[in-house]
Design a protein. Structure first.
Length: 131
């Protein structure tokens, strides 16, 4: 089965005496082969380890995209290990309050936050109607 952890972070990686790493805390994990989760996937996890496109809501929670969420979080963990940089107390709340989206959705002003398929087709596919 394909398992997506959805909360990879330094505190969820355990290191054995021989140096082997193990991932822990599968409370938010889902099995992508289990159709029961289809349509019930949402933004979860630790904000510090979320990809910018998730924080901005620009990602669709498709089965082929979800594993990349874990890859991004693992990249941050590796960065923390290599730089010995840790999140200090209080900086996370500042990060959440001051977060400015990096990615702006294409045609957001015209389409809004919940465009229909027809609206997307009109603005994106039909080049004559592009602003």
């Amino acid at each position: 089965p394909v398992i997506v952890h959805r909360d990879i972070k330094a505190s969820n990686i355990l290191i054995k005496n021989d140096g082997t790493c193990c991932i822990a805390d599968f409370g938010l994990a889902i099995d992508l082969d289990d159709d029961l989760h289809c349509g019930k996937i949402s933004q979860v996890g630790t904000v510090r380890y979320m990809a910018p496109e998730i924080l901005d809501g620009c990602i669709s929670y498709r089965r082929d995209v979800l594993p990349m969420i874990d890859v991004y979080a693992l990249g941050l963990v590796i960065w923390e290990v290599l730089t010995r940089c840790k999140d200090s107390e209080g900086s996370l709340s500042f990060f959440i309050q001051e977060y400015n989206p990096i990615f702006e959705r294409a045609y957001f002003k015209e389409l809004g936050s919940s465009p229909t398929k027809e609206m997307v087709h009109y603005f994106v596919v039909n080049c004559k109607s592009r602003p």
